[in-house]
Design a protein around this ligand. Sequence first.
Ligand SMILES: NC(=O)c1ccc[n+]([C@@H]2O[C@H](COP(=O)([O-])OP(=O)(O)OC[C@H]3O[C@@H](n4cnc5c(N)ncnc54)[C@H](OP(=O)(O)O)[C@@H]3O)[C@@H](O)[C@H]2O)c1
Length: 212
Amino acid sequence: MRIAIIGSGNVGKALATAATKAGHHVTLSARSPEKAREAAQATKSHAASSNRDAVKDAELVVLAVPADKVDEVIGSLSPELDGKVIIDVTNRIDTNDPGKVLDGSSMSEHIQKKAPKAHVVKAFNYAFASRMAEPKVNGTRLDGFVAGDDESAKQKALQFVESIGFRPIDAGPLAMARSLEGMGLLNVLLQIQNNWPWQSGWKLTGPTGDKE
Ligand SMILES: NC(=O)c1ccc[n+]([C@@H]2O[C@H](COP(=O)([O-])OP(=O)(O)OC[C@H]3O[C@@H](n4cnc5c(N)ncnc54)[C@H](OP(=O)(O)O)[C@@H]3O)[C@@H](O)[C@H]2O)c1
């Protein structure tokens, strides 16, 4: 698949590494072309000169920027995003007042409103970047939940999630991004509370149809 990743930080680089390893064609962008070039070199992917340049031929666009930069990025890209599948990995984190974030909304639904002709799905936000690069723990694939309203966009995202090593799980409509974002927040809060090493992701156990 031709994949554009906007944002060349922890998540952008982890997903670029995993995606190139899986044989995808990955183009990375960042705020500056130099930063994109550095990240592309480190991840064996391609650097774009701008976000617009990155998305123009992409089948999948991964939005890997801080939540408070989303409006700026989406605003500068429309109408380029029309018809594209956007994988939203963003989390809003408020460690002092988690209730502020758990307000019944989601970043993904917000993005879908900002880019109404794109097909937004939520994925990956519930795992740390280190796990996106290596989604297997002791031989077990972590769960790769994907929520979205457009069926073919969701199938494409599930294929991508599986190709880099997660167990693909259809998590339902885009409104379920609210739950997935809650899982992302909980993952962060647990690291802080327990002094864990920021390497966890989620695995639903019991009979869930997984043979591994
Ligand atoms: N880190 C994790 O383990 C993790 C896990 C799950 C979800 N998330 C979510 O994933 C998103 C990215 O997290 P991260 O840890 O990768 O953050 P990060 O390391 O701070 O990287 C964010 C990247 O976005 C870039 N950026 C900011 N504004 C941009 C713009 N207008 N155009 C293009 N690029 C822009 C930044 O560029 P500069 O470097 O130039 O500022 C930086 O490269 C966040 O929403 C976070 O909540 C993170």
